[in-house]
Design a protein. Structure first.
Length: 327
């Protein structure tokens, strides 16, 4: 029987168990995929802890790459034998084989290997919708400053490179001098070490006191309030994660005195709600990676059986770039 990493109760990494699973035939609108690699993301931690609750038992994992083994009725864009990749609900990529909805699965270009695909689908599509679709009311033009927290992580390093390709001046934050150097090496125009620098003061210094048009924030509780102080009037606070915990209840009235600010909470799965949207975004990602403007950095690899250790390292902020489980 195929193996998968499952949890039977919400909690810490110790809940993650390598177990045998039954995998049947795909139904209408589904495919069966044999994975070669699975990506690690912070959303996996949220689902393991129950912050984002799913039915139990739960196989973790939101992105993967492999080969299509079987195709259910009504699936026309995939065929048996296709190299394929995805970022998708429901979870289940920490597995050797799975059956899943086909709408978020796309054919993987031959030039992109399985590890790279598994390390870039959720993170790269996230960077795509942030930089291309989650924009301030006044728009973004070449030369504009944006603030991106956790710039040395998987999403962050892709965003640094993509922002540079778009002509944006990305100001990245990270938790050490080494991580700041990594962000700069990948295209950030400026990097702020929040362990030793006041990021609000640094943003104001870099922008000549004006602030940035948009803040992209996956950290959550620890950065939310002060990020608002980094925005120029009519700026956009784009929250898309909770690595430090969820943002506490917030009074919208505070946005007025700070400059008539805008606030949005984004999620990838709204953007990839249809097959057509998924394909268009994936094509954009494949193009920018294929051109060499964005390179996917995989800094950690673990065998599937060591997925719990991968979670421990991610939560301890020991990782940089993308992390892949090899299957």
């Amino acid at each position: 029987m195929p193996l998968a990493i499952q949890i039977n109760a919400f909690g810490g990494p110790e809940q993650m168990q390598l177990t045998d699973v039954l995998v049947g035939e795909p139904g209408p609108g589904e495919v069966r995929i044999r994975h070669h690699a699975s990506g690690l993301n912070y959303i996996d931690v949220y689902q393991r802890t129950g912050m984002y609750a799913n039915p139990l038992p739960l196989t973790l994992g939101m992105e993967g790459a492999g080969v299509v083994e079987a195709v259910g009725p009504g699936v026309l864009h995939l065929a048996v034998g296709d190299r394929a990749a995805y970022a998708s609900n429901p979870p289940g990529s920490y597995s050797q084989v799975r059956v899943m909805p086909a709408k978020n699965v796309v054919v993987l270009p031959d030039a992109i290997d399985f590890d790279t695909a598994a390390g870039m689908m959720l993170k790269g599509l996230t960077a795509q919708y942030l930089l291309k679709k989650t924009r301030p009311v006044e728009g973004l033009e070449p030369g504009d400053h944006v603030l991106f927290h956790a710039a040395a992580g998987g999403v962050g390093l892709i965003a640094c490179q993509w922002a540079r390709a778009l002509g944006l001046q990305l100001i990245g934050t990270a938790g050490s001098a080494a991580k700041c150097r990594l962000a700069l090496d990948h295209g950030a125009a400026h990097a702020i070490d929040y362990s030793s620098q006041d990021f609000v003061a640094e943003v104001k210094r870099i922008t000549g006191g004006r602030g940035v048009k948009v803040v992209y924030d996956s950290v959550g509780k620890d950065t939310f309030e002060r990020s608002l102080d980094c925005l120029r009037p009519f700026g956009l606070m784009a929250s898309f994660g909770n690595a430090s915990g969820p943002v506490p209840p917030f009074a919208p009235g505070a946005l007025g005195p700070k400059g008539s600010l805008y606030l949005t909470r984004q999620t990838l799965f709204t953007h990839i709600a249809t097959r057509e949207a998924t394909q268009a975004m994936a094509d954009d990602l494949f193009d920018v990676v294929g051109s060499g403007a964005v390179k996917i950095r995989i800094d950690q690899r673990y065998p599937l059986a060591q997925a719990a250790q991968a979670h421990r390292d991610l939560e301890a902020r020991k990782t940089t770039g993308s992390t892949v489980l090899e299957i």
